[in-house]
Structures are given as C-alpha cells and as structure tokens.
Write a protein that binds this ligand. Sequence first.
Ligand code: 3PG
Length: 400
Amino acid sequence: IDELLAEGVAGKRVFVRADLNVPLDGATITDDGRIRAVLPTVKALADAGAKVVVASHLGRPKGAPDPAFSLASAAARLGELLGSAVAFATDTVGESARSTVAGLTDGQVAVIENLRFNAGETSKDDAERGAFADRLAELADLYVGDGFGAVHRKHASVYDLPARLPHAAGFLIATEVGVLKKLTEDVKRPYVVALGGAKVSDKLAVIDQLLGKADRILIGGGMAYTFLKAQGHEIGVSLLQEDQLPAVREYIERAEKTGVELVLPVDVLVSTGFPDLKAKAPTNPTTVTAGAIPGDQMGLDIGPESRKLYASKLADAGTVFWNGPMGVFEHPDYAEGTKAVAQALIDSPAFTVVGGGDSAAAVRLLGFDENAFGHISTGGGASLEYLEGKTLPGLAALEG
Ligand code: 3PG
C-alpha cells in the first residue's frame, strides 16, 4: 500500500477487501476489533484523497440477501470510528452500489453490502466467481487486500478480483503476515502453543505441523475431551469427535517420540448439560479429575489445578501462540480457564500471539487490555492455515 500511496490515489476509486465479519447480537456489534483493525488502511487512503469502497462478508448467508447478515451496523460503526459519515450501498454490484460509488467525493468512504449476498462470491465454479469479480472490478480502479481473516478463502473478492485490478496489501495484512512469519521462521524458545475451541478437526493440520516446531502444546476447550478419550479416560457426555480418535492417538504417540510435551487438563469443571448462554443463570458446576468424568456429566472448562498447571507451562515460554478458548467462556461459570490462560500470557515475558476470532473476542469480552499481548490476530482459520504452511489464496493473489 505504501507504493500505491506514493504513486498517488487522489480521485481514484480504491476497493478495500476488509474482514468486517464481526460478532453480532441482533444488530448490535459485540466486538468491533476487526473494524478497528482495518482503520489505518481506510484512513490512509481517504486522507490521500481516494474514493474508498470497503467490502466484506459477514457470517455465512446462502448466496442471497438476508437482513440478519447485513453489513449496515458495521458500516455505521466504521463511520463512528472514522469520525466521518460512511455511505452504505444496500447491494453489492447493483444499482445501489453503482450509484453510491459514483456519488463519492475524494476522501469519502462507502461500504457495500455483504459480498456473500451474491452466490458468485463463494462459488467453487471459476467462471461464476470470475463473473462476479468482473462486476466488482467495475466499481474500482485499484484493489487493496486487507481482510486478513478471509485470505484463506478462494472467493471472488479475495482471489479473483485482485487479478483484475492493480493491487496491493493493506497495513493489516502486512502486520499479520510479518508476525506469523516470525512464528514459522525465527521463533524464540521454548515455543509454547495453547489450543482450545470446540473442534479437533479444525486444528488437526496445525497440530500436525506444530509437532515438528513447538516445544510444548497445551490442549484445552472442547477438543480436550477427544484427547482424554484417546488416552482411555471416561469423559461422560463431554464433546467427542469420535472420527478423530485415530488421528489424535497418532499425535499423542508422535509427541512422546519427538519429545514434544503435550499437556492435557488434570481436572475439569462439569455440569449435566451445556449452559444457557443467553440467561447465564448459575449452573453450580463441580470440579472432577479429568480422567474420571461421571457418565452423566459434561466437561465445560479446565479446572483450578489445570489453570495453575497451564500458567506454569506458559511462564517460562519464549514465544506463545494461543488459539481457542479453554472453556465455554461466554458463561461466567466457565470463563476462568480462558481468563487464566490470558493472564498467563500477559504475565509472561514471552512474545505472545493470540490467533482466532474467538480467542481475540474472548480476551476483549473478558475485559483484558489487548495491548498487553504481543499481537492479536484478526484471523482464525487464516492464521491457523498460515501456520500450517499452506498457500493462502488471498495472499498469493496479492503477490501475483
Ligand atoms: C472468520 O471469521 O474466520 C473469517 O471472517 C472467515 O469467515 P468464514 O469462515 O465464514 O469464511
């Protein structure tokens, strides 16, 4: 983007592919981190006199307009953060988008509606995606890719559009890639990775890669129960990804052979069912040994001994990468595990990276100061796939 700015963007229409996929409660944004993350790029372009067209997906609508996934709230919030009015187009490439962009004056910003309201955005058919990209290209003279959270998607606005316009990476993508590159190249040891979240299947490939790179892997969250089961423990009615058991067994064996320390919870908080996240009524959880969860109980957070154990395993780290909450942090009864890991990262002198939309939102929602971490990535799947060493379509397209 520095080169584009140096060449001059005044009067040019610049398409900024952002990731404004923010968590919503109705029309209320519960965490605006991703909107704030793209501000430097949008501001720099607007200050340089560009007509800035910001575009993003939000959620997973089915290729047609759906008011529940409108970007209107995100556009309004972007305007508040910029301190200037932001125009909003109620479609992506239709009459509203064309006239909104045509009406922009130099330095003005517009947001167009959710790109996924058009089936061409996510289509697996190259021609269908290309046709949508052609129409998006008509809205702009230049393209800036800054939606780091979506660079792992081979979507029209991420992958096909930059091939149609002079393009550059925005400040956010440059920062994100710089930090993640450090984790793959010159990492300060011990390199400790804390992984949580619900699905083991989402993290399998990254665990596979990390077994050759990390010194210690701490497992928490819903995925811990598949690991405990693989070790032969009783997990009651806790979350289990049965089809992943063979892979997990193989990882446990490989960790032993390669000397990677794999740390699992020693105790967990259990209850008879998943808590109500809306009412947040007290559930009176009990603490049990991780290896012996009663048959009718569900593990929902790591327990107090595990919190101490995980904090001690993070204390001497040189580098920490954390992805995924340790428990159902959205309910106060099960937030302590995630809080303990966040606090351990803050207390540690290590270079700390928090990856993943959920973990990033968790640290902010739990009241932690985001500046206390080395880097909070806006990418969930994107940061994991980067660490897996995969080629990310949205980054490849910007290099081409
Ligand atoms: C994310 O939230 O990880 C990104 O915005 C990508 O969203 P997606 O998984 O729906 O493609």
